[in-house]
Write a protein of this length. Structure first.
Length: 235
């Protein structure tokens, strides 16, 4: 068993443990915004201890109990933190979408063919990226709708319109960071390490954890702009 294999397993276990810890706390102290009960555990799958610490420092300020005690509690977080929470909200849709899409394409390779494998792309990974984006965008819009519509009291049509407006650029920026790292990782595994880079391996999902962190970095300035301009709500 190589060191990379051990590190990969450890990182994935740490992410899962962080998600469980947050989920358990949310049962006792649910978030004021219901969708955040999904967001925090989801992003901790890749963020691990970083997200766990952020949750117990900033996320707990937005629980129902905290908001009832002090309605301005969540707003007490620095603007940079509020933007970070908006990034995580975006990243949760990407995370769920990418997990679903990657395993679907692995279990049913024909799906990758539908999205251009062997016709537009010789490399299956590129076709799956399109599927990743479709899943991530659809889930991301739903998450944004569940945030924006209740806060702004919008109709279904208006809520979806604003959700697309809020999520399109941020999600695209996130996926660019993720795709960029995964492309480099794929090249390194196959040409430098001479190892397979496949979905059903611990190493692949460890690399995906790092890729998601890269997505956070590339989406942060976009989310800053969207929150500052009022297109996205501060969280």
């Amino acid at each position: 068993m190589t060191l990379l294999h051990v590190v990969s397993i450890a990182a994935l276990i740490l992410g899962a443990a962080s998600a469980i810890a947050i989920a358990i706390d949310e049962v006792r102290r649910p978030q004021m915004m219901a969708i955040m009960n999904v967001v925090w555990p989801t992003v901790s799958l890749f963020g691990g201890l970083i997200v766990l610490r952020a949750y117990f420092k900033w996320g707990v300020l937005s629980t129902k109990a905290a908001m009832a005690a002090s309605p301005a509690a969540a707003r007490s977080a620095p603007f940079a933190v509020q933007v970070g929470k908006a990034c995580l909200h975006c990243g949760s849709g990407c995370t769920i979408g990418d997990i679903c899409a990657e395993w679907l394409a692995f279990a049913v390779p024909t799906v990758a063919v539908w999205f251009g494998w062997r016709s537009l792309f010789s490399e299956k990974m590129f076709a799956v990226w399109i599927l990743d984006f479709v899943f991530a965008f659809a889930i991301g819009v739903v998450f944004q709708y569940l945030t924006i519509a209740p806060m702004r009291r919008l109709s279904l049509a208006d809520g979806l319109k604003q959700a697309v407006k809020a999520d399109a650029l941020a999600l695209t920026a996130w996926q660019i960071g993720m795709y960029g790292f995964m492309a480099v990782a794929s090249l390194m595994f196959r040409r430098v390490f001479d190892l397979p880079f496949v979905v059903n391996s611990f190493e692949y999902w460890f690399m995906m954890q790092i890729a998601m962190l890269c997505g956070f970095v590339t989406s942060y300035p976009v989310n800053w702009m969207l929150v500052r301009s009022g297109v996205k709500d501060a969280m």
